[in-house]
Design a protein around this ligand. Structure first.
Ligand code: ZLM
Ligand code: CA
Ligand code: ZN
Length: 397
């Protein structure tokens, strides 16, 4: 199996249930659970599963989901079907496009599809299981590529996310860990996680994202948004936002990422880290606008892994499925310490290998350049780093 062996001195666990792959948001909806089939295909064909503890994740229970979400919202998710939704809420039928989002955020972004609650409980169950493995020290790095759904709110679906598995996982980690650092490299702002932990000094949320209040979803996450303003609120300054323009490249991203994350770890001193690896920050993403390559994206994972803290790695966005699979397979190899061993040429026996034909069966196609120019200047990057340093200088742990 490509010379892959178990990592020395630490344990990596992979939490997954193939049942998630069978769910469909709708014909032309950009979120494709099938990208997880492709990811698994690469992980298995490279033999990376032999270096990890693999767990078939179970569905999270309604009670587990209700640790964050409102009971009536959980009930709603558990009973809504494409067949009964208009009977339950006739108002939905009169909305502008399909149905109005007045009811728990349901709409074109977050449709009610067959098996919705099963899908949500499975990806959430995997994140909760992964967090528990870290808590009881059976795992040092726990991976759930089906999770990372950072926009879901207490009683509202948003941006393709219904249940916030990240919040549920962090709540588990907080049972054993005094401080959790959350880092989000999805091209979108991690607003749901930020909102959930806005008023606490036990979770520091750091999101890197495209920011344009008017036109780019969700429109939140400016540099100045750093937590509650009231001086007595413990959450003040424990939120870090890194707003970016189109086209950021590997080099500027790595420089910025390291210069933001390093002081966060030095000053906040987390005892566990959650890394959301949304792959829509890659170049050539259907919804994204950055210029990162697979290696540039993966460098964030390597860098965070280097701190040696208990680490929960989750997926997130990613709308060009073959590149999502390449990124997450590469990042799995980083977690098990096999990235330098892997042959960049995809194994011959990879299932669905033809999906990777366009870029020539390599793990590292060129995804940068030509589509978006880098609109982030050196001065923009330095201004962000200075702002973060100044902000961190105000907190004490
Ligand atoms: N319309 N269909 C990222 C979540 C991004 C809000 C504009 C819906 C789409 C998009 C849905 C088939 C993560 C918005 C969009 C059209 C109001 C967004 C259904 C195409 C389609 O063809 C589509 C009918 C759909 C949705 C495009 N939605 C592109 N961008 C964002 C949400 C989630 O990656 O961060 C984590 C998983 N929504 O811009 C609208 C304002 C709804
Ligand atoms: Ca982000
Ligand atoms: Zn996204």
């Amino acid at each position: 199996n490509n010379g892959i062996t178990r990592p020395k001195g630490y344990t990596v666990s992979w939490h997954y249930n193939p049942e998630v792959e069978g769910h469909h948001f709708g014909q032309t909806h950009p979120m494709k659970p099938w990208r997880l089939t492709l990811t698994k295909s690469l992980v298995l064909s490279y033999g990376m599963h032999t270096a990890m503890d693999s767990y078939l994740s179970r569905a999270a229970t309604k009670d587990e989901i209700a640790e964050f979400h409102k009971d009536d919202y959980v009930d709603f998710l558990s009973i809504a079907t494409p067949q009964n939704i208009y009977e339950m809420y006739p108002e939905l039928a009169t909305g502008p496009q399909g149905y109005s989002s007045a009811i728990y955020g349901v709409g074109d972004d977050c449709p009610i599809f067959d098996g919705l609650f099963r899908y949500c409980s499975l990806y959430a169950g995997a994140s909760v299981d992964a967090a528990r493995k870290l808590c009881n020290k059976q795992s040092d790095i726990a991976i759930n590529w089906s999770g990372g759904l950072h926009h879901a709110k207490k009683a509202e679906a948003s941006g393709f996310c219904y249940v916030n598995d990240i919040v549920l996982a962090i709540l588990q980690l907080l049972r054993h860990h005094p401080r959790v650092l959350y880092i989000d490299i999805d091209v979108h702002h991690g607003d749901g996680v930020e909102q959930a932990f806005w008023s606490t000094d036990r979770v520091m949320c750091v999101s890197f994202h495209k920011y344009d209040r008017e036109v780019f979803f969700p429109g939140t996450g400016p540099l100045e948004s750093t937590g509650p303003l009231h001086p007595d609120n413990p959450g003040k300054n424990f939120t870090i936002n890194v707003p970016l323009n189109d086209g950021i490249d590997d080099e500027s991203y790595a420089y910025l990422f390291q210069n933001v994350v390093d002081p966060c770890i030095k000053i906040f001193q987390p005892t566990a880290v959650v890394l959301q690896c949304g792959a829509d920050s890659l170049g050539h993403d259907r919804l994204g606008c950055f210029n990162l390559n697979i290696r540039g994206h993966g460098q964030c994972v390597s860098y965070v892994k280097g701190f040696g803290l208990p680490l929960l790695v989750v997926g997130g966005g990613g709308y060009t499925p073959r590149n999502v699979a390449r990124a997450w397979a590469h990042e799995t190899s980083i977690c098990i310490g096999a990235d330098s061993t892997l042959n960049p040429e995809l194994p011959d026996h990879t299932p669905y290998r033809d999906a990777f034909r366009r870029e020539g069966f390599t793990l590292f196609p060129n995804l940068s350049g030509w589509r978006k120019e880098n609109m982030n200047t050196k001065a923009d990057i330095e201004r962000i780093i200075k702002h973060v340093r100044d902000q961190l200088s105000t907190i004490r742990t």
